[in-house]
Each structure stands twice: as structure tokens, then as C-alpha cells.
Design a protein around this ligand. Structure first.
Ligand SMILES: [Zn+2]
Length: 232
């Protein structure tokens, strides 16, 4: 069976990073996160790190060529060549998607898009229900772990606040931005006839969601059924 490259998509609040790691359960390929790779280069203070740090700090996007090069080099390593990979945070643009598709064809990989689907209202409710103590930093959730006295920290009674990132308008804007960025990329893969698995990811524990993804990959014939039971 040729190596499978999973291209993982999921909105903010979908648990994409967690799933990317849990997918080791049924996939042997490495987790390839462009964000992690860029951070590694930045902490190494190498040429790529210096170039991307400046851009990231000033709120700019790292150029496609640089990100494409990182992914190309990563996929050329023996572990990915043999087992494929789980791509997390890449591709973000149609240009990157086109480069990736060419790379996968040349390398003889099989590609599959895995899209974590979550009801946005659920994400807004969950993230929007977070409160933080400005004094000690403790985080609360109005739904899963509310403070004993509403609106006040359990420790010293300080008035809890909503962090800027957790404000409903900010969350909605991040979700809208995700759609603007991702829909064209998903459409590109659809037009290129890359198979896609949509997985409901908002209504269960991460452990159960990864089972759904692995089950779908198996159904699509992308992973061998035996592989899963061996790992379990
Ligand atoms: Zn406190």
C-alpha cells in the first residue's frame, strides 16, 4: 500500500492539534505541523528562523515558497517517504495546495483531506464561556467548571474577566477568517478529486473522535484494518 498523506483541516476550537497527535493510533507517518517547524527554526536562530520570526512578529504571513520548501524537505525524509504524514496547518493557500498536490503525485503518495466539522455555535458557546481571574490567572468555564460564587474567583474572590481572545465577536471573526481562508483550499482539493472525509468533531471526547477518523480512513481503504487492531 502506498504511503498516505492526511491533510487535516479544522476551525479554531475544533481540536485539530489534538487530533493530529492522536492520529498516531492508526497512522504511522509523522505529524508535520508547519507552525511547529517554523517555531523550531526560530529557536535555532537559523536563516529560516530569522526570516520567519520578523514576519510573524509583524503579523505578516510567511511566504508560500518558504513554507512549501519546509514541507517538501520534511516529506523527503525516510519516515514520511515510507509511511506518509499527517499535515497540520498546511496548505493554507491555493498556491500551497497546488505545490503540495504536485509533490504528492511525484512522490507517489495517496492524499486524503480530513475535515473536522464543528458547529460554530458550539465553539462560540464553549470559548465564549471562559472566564479568567485577573489576579491568579485561574481559568473557569461557565459550562464545565464554573466558580463557586458566580463571577468571582474561588481563591481570592477577584472579579473574573473575559479574555480578549474569548470575546464572542473575536471568536466569530476568527471563525469567519478561517472560512475565508479554507473554503477555497477545500474547493481546490475537491476539483482535483482528492478524497475527503468530513468528521463530526464537536460532540464527543477526543478519543472517540480519533476513532471516527481512523474508522473512516479504514472504510476508504486508506489504512489496513489489521493495522488498527495491532496498535490498539
Ligand atoms: Zn484568582
Amino acid at each position: 500500500m502506498s504511503a498516505v498523506v492526511v491533510i487535516l483541516f479544522g476551525s479554531p476550537g475544533s481540536g485539530k492539534g489534538t487530533q493530529a497527535k492522536l492520529l498516531k493510533r492508526c497512522l504511522s507517518g509523522p505529524h508535520v505541523s508547519t507552525g511547529d517547524m517554523l517555531r523550531a527554526h526560530i529557536s535555532l536562530h537559523d536563516e529560516i528562523g530569522a526570516q520567519s520570526e520578523g514576519l510573524i512578529k509583524s503579523g505578516k504571513l510567511v511566504p508560500d515558497e518558504l513554507v512549501n520548501r519546509l514541507v517538501e524537505e520534511r516529506l523527503a525524509r525516510p519516515d514520511a517517504k515510507q509511511h506518509g504524514a499527517i499535515l497540520d496547518g498546511y496548505p493554507r493557500t491555493q498556491n500551497q495546495a497546488a505545490v503540495l498536490l504536485e509533490l504528492l503525485k511525484t512522490g507517489g503518495y495517496r492524499a486524503v483531506v480530513v475535515h473536522l466539522v464543528v458547529d460554530y455555535e458550539r465553539i462560540v458557546a464553549r470559548l465564549g464561556g471562559r472566564r479568567q481571574c485577573p489576579v491568579c490567572g485561574t481559568l473557569y468555564s461557565l459550562t464545565t467548571n464554573p466558580p463557586r460564587v458566580p463571577g468571582h474567583c474561588d481563591r481570592e474572590g477577584a472579579v473574573l474577566v473575559t479574555r480578549e481572545d474569548d470575546r464572542e465577536s473575536v471568536i466569530r471573526e476568527r471563525l469567519a477568517e478561517y472560512d475565508r481562508q479554507t473554503v477555497p483550499v477545500l474547493n481546490f482539493f475537491r476539483d482535483a478529486a482528492v478524497p475527503r472525509i468530513d468528521v463530526e468533531a464537536g460532540d464527543a471526547a477526543p478519543e472517540e473522535i480519533v476513532e471516527r477518523i481512523c474508522g473512516s480512513l479504514e472504510q476508504e481503504g486508506l489504512i489496513a484494518p489489521a493495522k488498527k487492531s495491532l496498535v490498539k
